[in-house]
Design a protein around this ligand. Structure first.
Ligand code: ADP
Ligand code: MG
Length: 137
């Protein structure tokens, strides 16, 4: 499905809709250029899943793991990676244990990550407009 959103709140609400369909073990990749709204999307999904408190970009850490209402939610950002070594995958693996996982900049992990259940792509469409596509894989 595709949708154009016109505010961060709309992108968060769309993500929360998707979150209702997710279960433990599901991986969701979130692609798009810097500032397109990937972290905003993950924030909306996390809040939909009952994570309270701030959901911020893990760009300078390997990831975050949050406790939701019924499930844990992991948020990874592979921006800094060019492929994943066995050691790097070893650091990431615990985030996939018993959690729903959102991965920003998934390109580096293509060969190493578990297959995603949904692939989200976000594109700038001028000012606060974003074109969001969500594909079930
Ligand atoms: P990324 O993680 O892709 O780098 P962020 O979610 O961190 O992007 O930042 C997106 C920026 O764009 C935020 O400042 C957000 O407020 C702004 N923004 C404006 N309109 C939208 C929209 N429709 N959807 C998502 N973010 C939007
Ligand atoms: Mg981000």
């Amino acid at each position: 499905m595709t949708r154009t959103t016109t505010s961060p709140g709309e992108t968060e609400a769309l993500a929360a809709e998707l979150a209702e369909r997710l279960a433990t073990g599901d991986v969701v990749t979130v692609s798009g250029e810097l500032g397109s709204g990937k972290t905003t999307f993950v924030r909306g999904a996390c809040h939909g899943l009952g994570v309270d408190g701030p959901v911020t970009s893990p760009t300078f850490t390997i990831g975050h793991r949050y406790r939701g209402r019924n499930v844990d939610v992991s948020h990874l950002d592979l921006y800094r990676f060019r492929g994943l070594s066995a050691a790097e995958w070893g650091d990431l693996e615990p985030y996939f244990d018993d959690a729903i996982v959102f991965v920003e900049w998934p390109e580096a992990g293509e060969d190493a990550l578990p297959p995603p259940r949904f692939a989200v792509r976000i594109e700038h469409r001028g000012s606060d407009s974003r074109f969001v596509s969500i594909d079930e894989c």
